[in-house]
Write a protein that binds this ligand. Structure first.
Ligand code: GRF
Length: 227
């Protein structure tokens, strides 16, 4: 087996991450993107909350970290114009929402059509919206999980790129289940972004298809085994 370091990819997609809070998914993307053969690089992180812990973490990694405080804008559109400008200024190809908690207008979403991803802590289309883990427990489901999808204007909707499932265990609380799902999120998002940024996964209508010629590559693409 060759031990030579993989060649850095010549055309990595430029990804801007959109956050509101602690940014643990953002950190998983930053970590994954450090691999030379990862098909995307994280070129900026933008938060609508200046106090977001994720901004500090991004800056510590040397990644431009930008606050666009929604409270400074009277209209949602004006806030989004500024968000858009921040991403365009960094030459972003793909916006990756990671714990961004403000509603986006259809105009903004369409401006990033097929170029904006989101991670949601449920197996969509089940449990769109908030409090996903408490609602799953209340329903007595036996599997929970997370989804990375292409963003469409409807809440937590859009072509699904990848999902990961975890068991619901006896005695779970929303916190324990949420922690188990979050671990899965940290593996799933780098995998899904790699599929999408590499072109192995493409939008066709309402679905994401894996290209026939890259299915083997796609299945293994940045999907580290559970430790
Ligand atoms: C994650 O559970 C994500 O799925 C949801 O918000 C949470 C953000 O966590 N959209 P973090 O900021 O990435 O730690």
């Amino acid at each position: 087996m060759s031990t030579a370091a993989p060649e850095p990819l010549k055309s990595k997609k430029r990804v801007g991450v959109l956050i509101s809070g602690r940014g643990s998914n953002m950190r998983s993307l930053i970590a994954a993107a450090q691999a030379r053969d990862y098909p995307a690089e994280i070129v900026c992180v933008v938060s609508n909350r200046p106090e977001a812990a994720g901004l500090v973490a991004a800056a510590a990694e040397g990644i431009p970290a930008v606050a666009v405080d929604h409270k400074h804008f009277a209209a949602r559109e004006a806030f989004e114009t500024e968000l858009d400008a921040a991403f365009r200024a960094h030459g972003v190809d793909i916006v990756a929402c990671a714990g961004f908690i403000r509603k986006l207008t259809a105009g903004f979403v369409e401006g990033w059509h097929d170029a904006m991803l989101n991670i949601h802590p449920s197996l969509l289309p089940a449990y769109r919206g908030l409090d996903t883990h408490a609602r799953a427990l209340a329903d007595g489901v036996k599997l929970a999980g997370c989804t990375v999808h292409v963003v469409r204007p409807e809440l937590d909707a859009g072509p699904i790129i990848a999902q990961a499932a975890v068991p619901v265990l006896e005695g779970d609380t929303a916190d324990t289940l949420g922690g188990r799902v979050l671990e899965a999120e940290h593996r799933l998002y780098p995998h899904a972004l790699a599929l999408y940024a590499s072109g192995a996964a493409v939008v066709e209508g309402n679905h994401v298809r894996l290209r026939q010629d890259s299915i083997n590559q796609a299945i293994s693409l940045y999907w580290p085994p559970i430790a």
